[in-house]
Write a protein that binds this ligand. Structure first.
Ligand code: SF4
Ligand code: SF4
Length: 423
């Protein structure tokens, strides 16, 4: 567990203040929706919170406890949503999220992790470059009818990177199709990688398989750099978060990474997208973790803590407040007829959909429970639809909506945008 040594100060000096379980008091609106950590909210025992995991991880570091099945459950029954990280940094200066990532890497190194539930997706990524057990030759089928440049054969300024789920999932391919179609109509010089696109490897890092993640990240950075593009656009918030928050540590990226909604907002502001049709509907917006607090550009820092816990050299802290929050709201507010009704837990205090961090495959019941909580919150706004821009959220919340009897619709932002174009 040597990789945890650099976090010894945090593990020992965590104040056990429990702030990491709650929305910051200044932002709390009701007791019902005051919790930010899905894990401790579901499992109730302290070990399932960031502060409790600190106790477990410190015990492992000191050799006081061993890795048992229960310890593995405690470590992996966490969506790595980062809610704890935001609230901790508001009151103290620990690194819960980094530590929760690092312990998984250490468990994999010692042959104890990941969990059997993660195996199928990992094997699929190793064998087919995607977690859905789909052949590489079908990856670009979604784009067949669109006239985008093939960047393996010609140059363009922008790469549209659809990601695995929007490429393969038959119910979600429409998101990639609508996005690319809109960007092409706006006159952008844009292309795709076709069957040569590979997984961003976010699910790989999330379960702690660091070496495999490094292979994919290096390959992607090299490919994107060699294409000579200025910009990589992704619709998937998981891809966006990993490109923005983790790839910069792997290698130099000669391109800007942009979430599709950021570009859409810019095109609306420039008058290149005009809405002709009214969409009369009250909606609420779900901030995906990896587009919000996890989409905040990372401050890479390689230093040490002094005896008093100060950073040497000083570093900038990530508070999660600089993620992509305004763009989707501005887009919704620009669509005629749309009324945005906000939930209580929004922006950096958003409640996770429940699918992240390998939870959907290893703890499906927990994932469904977290989704139900979010759906209850969405319904409490009176909205007719829950809108987001992340395939993992759409799938998990969509399942929850169905199980709840379809009392609210689950919609992709781009699909509302497309409807409002009235074409
Ligand atoms: S908020 Fe930070 S300092 Fe407080 S218990 Fe949680 S991890 Fe420890
Ligand atoms: S990352 Fe999310 S689920 Fe995990 S401990 Fe932090 S708040 Fe809880």
């Amino acid at each position: 567990m040597t990789g945890l040594e650099k976090y010894r100060w945090d593990l020992v000096n965590c104040e056990r203040c429990s702030m990491c379980k709650w929305v910051h008091p200044w932002k709390t609106q009701s007791h019902r929706f005051a919790k930010v950590c899905p894990s401790v909210s579901k499992y109730l025992f302290d070990a399932y919170s960031a502060q409790g995991r600190f106790d477990v991880i410190r015990g492992l570091l000191e050799g006081e406890i061993e890795v048992t099945d229960k310890v593995l459950e405690v470590i992996y029954a966490c969506t790595l949503c980062g809610g704890c990280d935001v609230t901790c940094k508001f009151s103290r200066d620990m690194e819960p999220l980094e530590i929760l990532h690092q312990i998984r890497i250490e468990l994999v190194k010692s042959g104890k992790g990941p969990l059997p539930g993660h195996k199928a997706a990992l094997d699929s990524i190793k064998n087919y470059d995607n977690p859905w057990m789909q052949p590489r030759t079908r990856r670009s089928n979604w784009a067949r009818k669109l006239k985008a440049k093939d960047l393996t054969k010609e140059k363009a300024k922008i790469l549209y990177y659809a990601g695995c789920t929007y490429s393969y999932n038959p119910d979600l391919q429409i998101v990639a199709q609508n996005t690319l179609s809109l960007l092409l109509k706006s006159g952008l010089d844009i292309g795709v990688l076709g069957n040569k696109e590979i997984c961003c490897a976010s699910p790989v890092l999330k379960v702690g398989e660091e070496d495999l993640y490094h292979d994919f990240a290096k390959k992607n950075i090299q490919t994107f750099n060699e294409l000579g593009v200025d910009m990589v656009i992704t619709s998937c918030s998981g891809c966006f978060g990993i490109f923005t928050n983790h790839y910069p540590e792997i290698g130099k990226m000669n391109f800007e990474v942009v979430q599709g909604v950021q570009l859409l907002e810019k095109l609306i502001n420039e008058g290149k997208i005009n809405f002709r049709k009214k969409v009369p509907m009250t909606v609420t917006w779900h901030d995906p973790c990896h587009m919000g607090r996890g989409g905040e550009p990372q401050n890479i820092w390689n230093g040490t803590r002094t005896k008093w816990g100060l950073s040497d050299p000083p570093r900038k802290r990530n508070f999660g407040a600089n993620g992509v929050y305004d763009a989707p709201r501005n887009i919704l507010n620009a669509i005629p007829g749309i009324k945005l009704a906000e939930m209580e837990r929004i922006r950096e205090y958003s409640w996770c959909c429940g699918a992240g961090g390998g939870v959907k495959s290893a703890f499906p019941e927990f994932a469904n429970w977290s989704a139900r909580e979010r759906i209850e919150e969405a319904k409490s706004t009176g909205a007719e639809a829950l809108v987001t821009a992340c395939p993992w959220c759409e799938l998990n919340l969509g399942e929850g909506v169905k199980a709840d009897g379809d009392k609210i619709k689950m919609l992709s932002l781009i699909n509302i945008v497309t409807e409002a174009l009235g074409e």
